[in-house]
Design a protein around this ligand. Structure first.
Ligand code: UD1
Ligand code: CA
Length: 502
């Protein structure tokens, strides 16, 4: 057998999922940052079929919209009003070529831990054994609700009986149908035509196809999977969380095997598509979500949430919330930083404590170290934005951009009112409200000149602790000036004359 891969994978996702008690269709709930149906499609694709079909019905339009966004090559099959897994597969086959040959795999849209590797194993075992059907079975301690695998006196699979249709004796069987199968395509099509709806649920059961195979003298194989997580479905939100935690455990374990250092896997939540380079240390309480990619030798966390963030090698990101941002090599972010979409921090740059950024390109080695809002801005290479600087990007009607030239220096507690350009290598004095552009090399100062009014506290705040403290300091400095007049610092300092020329 040269090619044992499946011709088609059919994913069943038409059911209502009432036990989820949710307005969201069951298969659109997510674990590891990916919908349940997304997991099913990913596993199906990994088996490299020619066709991948998803059967839909419940909340059809919402589900289809999501599927097409996830994988536009998926063939959508609509199930009609006839109920049951057998009917679902029949509807899928109608969307495939009439002369479809080879192996058809059937999986479920709500079994998210199933891997492509397991599906490939199923297809290979099926092809090798020459069976008409091969079903993945599992031995479980509580088989309630599952279809039971019936075996003949030779131990061969004779059929499957649904829990609801089973006798008390059959219900004692603990080998269950996982709902994952490989079929010979031509056999599947002809057998489904024979399946009726004469059962407790009045549904067309896919499982009836197994007994039909035996009746035709064909072989039915059982493929045992030890890893029960891979066959477990999501029926309610308790299972959703349970499988979500297990998926996370597996994802984090794989990342560690690939070289990441994760201090506390239990409090580290990582989505399925995230990558982390070797020797990056991930501290407790970290969430790495969406399409986040982290380079090598980084320090991430503790208590950090990154969604769709790109972090280059050697960066440090501590106690930070960031989304759709990129952080350059060797850059540092946090603690307590909030990077909103469109933030790009250059190599060796810094976004420090209590800084919020949005649509901001902060150049190589540039620093926004403390207590700032930096929105709709470009900060040139090597620039330094002083503590408490606010980029006033919104005038109540429109948003404006701020452009800070390379190696310029913005003094603390300045407000830069956009749209504004601060030229290369220029300075803004601390406490300025910048309303005019600044040309390269200029100093901008907008604050009023400082006046120090002698004796004001003594006159206007007599009897206060401030007045007493001032009095004591003046007495002490007068005494020291008398004893050592070479170090007379008791004079109140006037404004720096160089700062007062603008
Ligand atoms: C099914 C199997 C059962 C197996 C169990 C494993 C049948 C008759 N029974 O039972 O032997 O132990 O799965 O979990 O197949 N679906 C459709 N269209 C439908 C009905 C269901 O697409 O008309 C889809 C659902 O969306 C779901 C899957 O098929 O993804 C299974 O449906 P569900 O109703 O959960 O089947 P079970 O009763 O659990
Ligand atoms: Ca089920």
């Amino acid at each position: 057998m040269s090619d044992v891969g499946p011709t088609a994978v059919i994913v069943l996702a038409a059911g209502e999922g009432t036990r989820m008690k949710s307005r969201t269709p069951k298969v659109l709930h997510t674990i590891g940052g990916r919908s349940l149906i997304g997991h099913a499609i990913t596993a199906g694709r990994a088996a490299s079929p020619e066709h991948l079909v998803v059967v839909v019905r419940h909340q059809r339009d919402r589900v289809v919209e999501h599927i097409v966004e996830f994988d536009e090559q998926v063939v959508i099959a609509d199930q009609d009003e006839v109920k049951g897994t057998g009917r679902a597969v029949e509807c899928a086959l109608k969307r495939l070529p009439d002369d479809l040959a080879g192996t058809v795999l059937v999986t479920m849209g709500d079994v998210p831990l199933l891997t492509g590797e397991t599906l490939r194993g199923l297809a290979a075992a099926h092809a090798e054994s020459g069976s008409a059907v091969t079903v993945i079975t599992a031995s479980v301690t509580d088989p309630t609700g599952y279809g039971r695998v019936l075996r003949d006196p030779h131990g061969l699979v004779a059929g499957i009986v649904e829990h609801k249709d089973a006798t008390a004796e059959q219900r004692l069987l603990t080998e269950v149908n996982s709902g994952l199968y490989a079929f010979d395509a031509a056999f599947l099509r002809s057998a489904l035509a024979e399946v009726g709806t004469d059962n407790v649920q009045g549904e067309k059961y896919l499982t009836d196809v197994l007994a039909i195979a035996r009746a035709r003298g064909l072989h039915v194989g059982a493929h045992l999977v030890d890893d029960l997580w891979q066959t477990e479905g999501v029926n309610d939100k308790v299972q959703l969380a349970r499988l979500g935690a297990e998926l996370n455990r597996r994802t984090v374990e794989q990342l560690m095997r690939d070289g990441a250092i994760v201090i506390d896997p239990a409090t580290t939540w990582v989505d399925a598509d995230v990558t982390i380079g070797p020797d990056t240390v991930v501290h407790p309480g970290t969430q790495l979500l969406g399409a986040t990619t982290i380079g090598a030798d980084c320090v991430i966390g503790p208590d950090t949430t990154l969604k769709d963030v790109e972090v280059a090698d050697g960066a440090t990101v501590v106690r930070t919330q960031a989304e759709l941002a990129s952080i350059g090599a060797g850059a540092t972010v946090g603690p307590f930083s909030y990077l909103r979409p469109g933030t790009q921090l250059g190599d060796g740059g810094k976004i420090g404590g209590f800084v919020e950024t949005k649509n901001a390109t902060i150049g190589k080695g540039a620093k926004v170290p403390h207590l700032s809002y930096c929105g709709d801005a470009t900060v040139g290479e090597g620039a330094n934005i002083g503590a408490g600087t606010i980029f006033a990007n919104y005038d109540g009607v429109t948003k404006g951009r701020t452009d800070i030239g390379p190696h310029s220096f913005v003094g603390s507690n300045s407000v830069i009112v956009a749209p504004r350009t601060i030229g290369a290598g220029s300075y803004v004095a601390a406490g300025s409200a910048v309303l005019k552009d600044v040309r390269p090399g200029q100093l901008a100062v907008t604050r009023a000149q400082q006046r120090n009014v002698d004796g004001w506290v003594a006159r206007r705040r007599a009897g206060t602790p401030a007045a007493a403290a001032a009095q004591a300091a003046q007495t002490a400095s007068a005494a020291s000036a008398a004893s050592d007049d070479s170090d007379a610092t008791g004079m109140p300092q006037g404004p720096d004359p160089k700062d007062a020329t603008a």
